[in-house]
Structure formats: structure tokens, C-alpha cells
Design a binder for this molecule. Structure first.
Ligand SMILES: [Zn+2]
Length: 497
């Protein structure tokens, strides 16, 4: 069944959107939240498990101090209050990938609450208020085998891998974000993107959306325009790229409007996002909190971080994001427009790393903000998931600076990098991309161009040096763009003047 969608402008004319974002961040601690099992990505299924994370009877959990530290640092970076005393709670529900029959989480006593972060969208600043950031554990992973979709419907059988069960998570929940109007999809994207930058700067997670260590759930509701109310929301789960966050918000706004326009009601439910088709489909009816029968976890002592420790951790925070952007803009000499573009494309961190790897800020911006952002957009992925690293971009630019390739040939080096053909140097060699600056080869091509264009040659002989461009162009074409253009120009002028 295909959803009816209302044209975008009609949605905006009739409704105000309210957004809410829940982002799960998988921490990069060495061990899991409540046991000593390694908390690393990958590994043979069910090899990183113990009685505690398998939920075997009698196993006793112990809180990972490093995870608490990371939670507090995230909270402080989000301008949150840090609880003086808080507890874990059991969130009771059955799911095959959660062997205890409950998830150890926090309920009415989160470790961090009442914060905010300013995000910038097209030069406008939106303050996103943070309701809470709490600690919990990840679940295992179910793998449904035999069906076409990878979902349980139509599968022959299912497998469960508990390696991920018990990995520390921080769930960051915003308050409803109102007033974004037409910018709601962009605000959602900017929030997740800028939150990721902050998490990376804190060093508390790898924050790879494609590997699921940063996952966003997108809540959306519409209210009739100007009423200031909140409509019934839907929650689109596990949206796994910045671009998809933006698309999912836009899709849900258009879908909600169609249901409401037709006099229907929105059901409070979770929805699945389909990356390939760009649509959402109904999941399960969303449980209210009381269905989970939360109660305080009796096997764990409360967490009571001392104020001295909190202040000590405050001292370890990275620069605040707004000041950081201002400093980088000034260091790099970018215009306001260039900087806005960089932030919007989500390439601030890659550019910073590319500059650290030796490229000039202008070169780093040129590749990330135009070339690679365009390719990512064409491929429908986030630029950080394209498969090109900052170090590789710096290496390509070093080849440009050394005159080995020009910008045009460098684009072919990026083709090779995305295709996984090796290092930039290997790709230049394998694809024969190096610029020719050898006078023998260039001289022959220049002679051929002069012979083929006698009128142009005469003009240059008569002193019209500007006409040399036509001959240089002919040589470049003949040599498939691989001639050293500056040297060709010198040879043309040497031969004709
Ligand atoms: Zn374990």
C-alpha cells in the first residue's frame, strides 16, 4: 500500500510540525555496561558473552565506571544538570535479543537532565532543548534468515547474537522542537550531525551511523497551524544516516498531513524507515511507559557522582561547538557562506582531520564540500560513509601540490579510492593518471597542435599571445587532460615567439 502524501507547501500552509529526537550513542568503553566482556564491534557471534550479559540466573551486574564518566561528560557538553543521586531501573519486556526479559535502563532518575544545544541551519540558530540523557545497555541482535527483506515476516528461521547485549548506551532525548516549520527536516538533520560532532570531540564513541553506534529515532507530530498544540506523534526507528533523518521527517510530515486532511487520526506507533524507497511503514503500536512496569533495579547500587568529580570532568570538555566553529572559520579563512556550507554538509570534522594531515584549508574544503559531498549525495549516503578518509584526501592533494596530478585527474583518483583500488599513489600508477611534464612528449604534441591550427599559430606569431589558449586546449585534449598545462604554455610561446 502506498501512502498518500500532501504536497510540501500545502503541509506548511496548514500545519506546524513538532519534532523530537531520541539518539542512542554506543560508548567506546573497553568493557560492557555491567560485566567485564569486551565491548568491541564484530567478532564471531556469541563469543563476547558471560553469565551477566546473557542474563543467567544468579549473575550479578556491576556498573562500568568509565561509562558513567562518559555519560556525565556528554551531559555536561549538552549543558545538562547532573543528578547528585540516581538509579537504574528495569524496563520489562520480552524480546529474543534481550535474554534477561528486561533491559537495565534509567527511568524517572536519569543521570543527566535539562540541557540544550544550539544548532545552526542555513545561518539561523535553533536552540534544541534536551530533556534527558540516560544510561542503559544495548540489546543483542536478531538475524532473520531466508526471507527477502531481512525482517521476521517471511523468514525461515532466526539467529541471535548476544555480543552486543550489554554494551553501554547513552540515550539522549530532546524536548519537542517547535517552530522550525519548513526547516524541520533540516533542523533534525543538523541536530543529529552536530550532536555527532560533539560526541566525536568528546571521544566517547566511534559514532558511526552506518555501524549502528549512533542511531536516531525521529518523533514527529503535526498540529493545525497557529494553535501551538501538539498532535499525536509517530516514532520512526533507527534511521541510520543524516540524510535519512531529513528525508524521514519530510516524509512523515507529508503523510501525517494527508491522514489529517482526510479527517483521519494518527496512531501513536513506531514506524520503520526504508532507505531504498524513502518511505516509512507501520511498526508496532507504541507502548506507554506503564506497560514496561519500570521498577528500580535491586541488584545495582545507586550512582551518586560527587560534585568534585563532576567539576573535574567539566574541565575535560572539548571547546564548545559554537566557539569551535568560530575559531576554525577564522583559522581557515573561510567566508560565512563557505563555513555554513561546510557545517550543513557535515564535513567539519573531516576537513579538520584533512588539514591536520597536511592539506591546506581551501584544498580540504574544495574536496569535501563540493566533490565528495556531491558524490555522496548522488550515491544516497552520508559523506563520511563514502569510504574516503581524511588522510587519503590529504594524500590526493599532496599529489596535486607536487604536480603529479591536476584537479581533473584527482577526481579520477577519488573514483579509484571509492572503488577500493588502493592508495592514491597506487591508483595513479595503475590507472596511468600522472601528468606528463616531459618535454619530449609535450614538444611533439605542441608541434602537432601548431601544424593542425596554422591560423592560431600565425596570430601568436603576430603577438596575440592570448590565442595560445586554443593550442594549449588542443594539446590537453590530445593528451586526455594529462599534460602539464603550464609547461605546454611555455613550449607554445617558445616555439612561436
Ligand atoms: Zn558479559
Amino acid at each position: 500500500m502506498t501512502d498518500t502524501l500532501v504536497p510540501w507547501d500545502d503541509v506548511l500552509a496548514a500545519y506546524d510540525p513538532a519534532l523530537g529526537l531520541e539518539v542512542h550513542v554506543e560508548l567506546n568503553t573497553h568493557t560492557k555496561m555491567f560485566c567485564g566482556c569486551p565491548a568491541v564491534f564484530g567478532g564471531e557471534p556469541n563469543t563476547q558473552v558471560c553469565p551477566t550479559c546473557l542474563g543467567l540466573p544468579g549473575a550479578m551486574p556491576v556498573v562500568n565506571g568509565k561509562a558513567v564518566e562518559s555519560a556525565i561528560r556528554i551531559g555536561l557538553a549538552l549543558n545538562c544538570e547532573i543528578a547528585e543521586w540516581c538509579r537504574f531501573a528495569r524496563k520489562n519486556y520480552f524480546y529474543p535479543d534481550m535474554p534477561k526479559n528486561f533491559q537495565t535502563s534509567q527511568y524517572d532518575e536519569p543521570i543527566c537532565f535539562e540541557g540544550w544545544i544550539d544548532v545552526e541551519v542555513e545561518g539561523e540558530t535553533f536552540r534544541v532543548e534536551i530533556e534527558r540523557a540516560h544510561m542503559e545497555e544495548d540489546t543483542g541482535k536478531s538475524l532473520h534468515v531466508g526471507g527477502a527483506t531481512g525482517r521476521i515476516h517471511g523468514a525461515d528461521y532466526s539467529l541471535v547474537d548476544y555480543n552486543r547485549a550489554g554494551i553501554p548506551l547513552i540515550e539522549i532525548v530532546t524536548k519537542p522542537i517547535m517552530g522550525a516549520g519548513a526547516k524541520a527536516p533540516a533542523v533534525a538533520r543538523a541536530y543529529v550531525s552536530q550532536l555527532r560532532d560533539l560526541i566525536l570531540a568528546l571521544g566517547v564513541s566511534e559514532a558511526r551511523m552506518d555501524q549502528g553506534n549512533l542511531r536516531a529515532d525521529v518523533n514527529l507530530s503535526l498540529a493545525p497551524k497557529g494553535t501551538g498544540g501538539l498532535g499525536t506523534r509517530t516514532e520512526t526507528k533507527n534511521v541510520n544516516s543524516f540524510r535519512s533523518v531529513e528525508r524521514a521527517v519530510r516524509y512523515e510530515m507529508q503523510r501525517h498531513a494527508a491522514v489529517l486532511d482526510a479527517g483521519g487520526a494518527i496512531f501513536q506507533e513506531t514506524r520503520h524507515w526504508h532507505e531504498d524507497t524513502g518511505v516509512t511503514t507501520a511498526g508496532r503500536a507504541k507502548s506507554d511507559a506503564d506497560d514496561y512496569r519500570y521498577f528500580p533495579e535491586p541488584d545495582l547500587v545507586p550512582v551518586a557522582p560527587s560534585r568534585e568529580w563532576v567539576e573535574e570532568l567539566r574541565g575535560t570538555l572539548p571547546e564548545n561547538p559554537v566557539e569551535r566553529r568560530a575559531r576554525l572559520q577564522s583559522d581557515w579563512g573561510y567566508t560565512d557562506l563557505e563555513m555554513r556550507d561546510v557545517v550543513a554538509s557535515g564535513v567539519l570534522v573531516p576537513i579538520e582531520e584533512t588539514v591536520a594531515a597536511g592539506a591546506s584549508p581551501q584544498a580540504a574544503r574544495k574536496w569535501w564540500s563540493s566533490e565528495l559531498a556531491r558524490r555522496a549525495n548522488d550515491a544516497g549516503v552520508d559523506v563520511v560513509d563514502l569510504g574516503v578518509s581524511p588522510a587519503q584526501v590529504a594524500a590526493v592533494q599532496a599529489l596535486v601540490d607536487a604536480g603529479t596530478v591536476n584537479d581533473k585527474l584527482a577526481r579520477q583518483v577519488f573514483d579509484g579510492l571509492i572503488a577500493g583500488e588502493g592508495t592514491p599513489e597506487e591508483i595513479v600508477a595503475a590507472r596511468g593518471l600522472a601528468v606528463v611534464s616531459d618535454d619530449g612528449a609535450l614538444g611533439a604534441a605542441v608541434d602537432a597542435a601548431i601544424a593542425a591550427n596554422p591560423d592560431v599559430a600565425d596570430k601568436i606569431r603576430d603577438g596575440k599571445v592570448a590565442a595560445a589558449g586554443a593550442l594549449i586546449g588542443a594539446v590537453m585534449k590530445e593528451m586526455r587532460g594529462q599534460a602539464d598545462a603550464a609547461r605546454v604554455r611555455e613550449l607554445v610561446l617558445e616555439k612561436l615567439t
